[in-house]
Design a protein around this ligand. Structure first.
Ligand code: ADP
Length: 185
């Protein structure tokens, strides 16, 4: 089943930079798709267009099932945790914003943290976490809603090679749990 189709998409920024030209691809449910390319080739732009954070100049982003558009998680290039909140509160934030009661959101956030291998760090502050752990907490926050599609930057940015390997294994596990992965590297 096709989740999203990118059809002849181009993106030209106001300053005249053509970031994407006639890009087409399909993301199938259950897939683990990676887009590779050098810095500046348009990967972030493609990710942002699929996420609906920007509009294409030409072409379309098609969602055969309209619900797919809302049912996505996004992991930014840098871990974007709130420094004044614990790991658990950071992961629970999207649930809090949707009015889910404290007990339930904390239970779901703890489960999401456990799922990315950071059990026992619920009450820890972001500043006490290593870069790799922060990325995992960011990943848990994107997954706390159990999205169908996870849009993300690959783990190789700024992580030690051993962590990159572990992170790939983790993302593969998440994919095996049924989350479609669209990653740029
Ligand atoms: P990548 O993620 O592959 O490094 P980007 O999608 O960030 O590439 O950028 C593709 C091109 O578009 C680059 O030349 C970049 O400088 C340019 N670009 C990205 N965002 C903007 C913007 N908001 N305004 C103007 N140019 C941009």
């Amino acid at each position: 089943m096709q989740l999203v189709g990118v059809r002849d998409v181009s993106k030209v920024f106001a300053n005249g930079v053509k970031a994407l030209a006639d890009v087409s691809l399909d993301v199938q449910a259950g897939e683990f798709l990676s887009v590779l390319g050098p810095s500046g080739c348009g990967k972030s732009t493609l990710l942002r267009l699929i996420a609906g954070l920007a509009e294409p100049t030409a072409g379309t982003i098609d969602w055969p099932d309209e619900r797919g558009r809302e049912d996505l998680g996004f992991v930014f290039q840098e871990p974007t945790l709130m420094p004044w909140a614990t790991a658990l509160a950071n992961v629970a934030l999207p649930l809090k914003l949707r009015g889910i009661a404290k007990g339930e959101r904390e239970a779901r956030a703890a489960e999401a943290l456990d799922n990315v291998g950071v059990k026992g760090f619920e009450r820890v502050w972001p500043r006490e976490l290593s870069g790799g752990m922060k990325m995992r907490v960011s990943l848990a926050r994107a997954l706390v809603f159990r999205p169908r599609l996870l849009l993300m930057y690959g783990p190789s940015m700024g992580l030690a090679p051993i962590l990159v390997e572990q992170s790939f294994e983790l993302i593969q596990q998440i994919n095996q749990q049924g989350v479609t992965i669209f990653m740029v590297e």
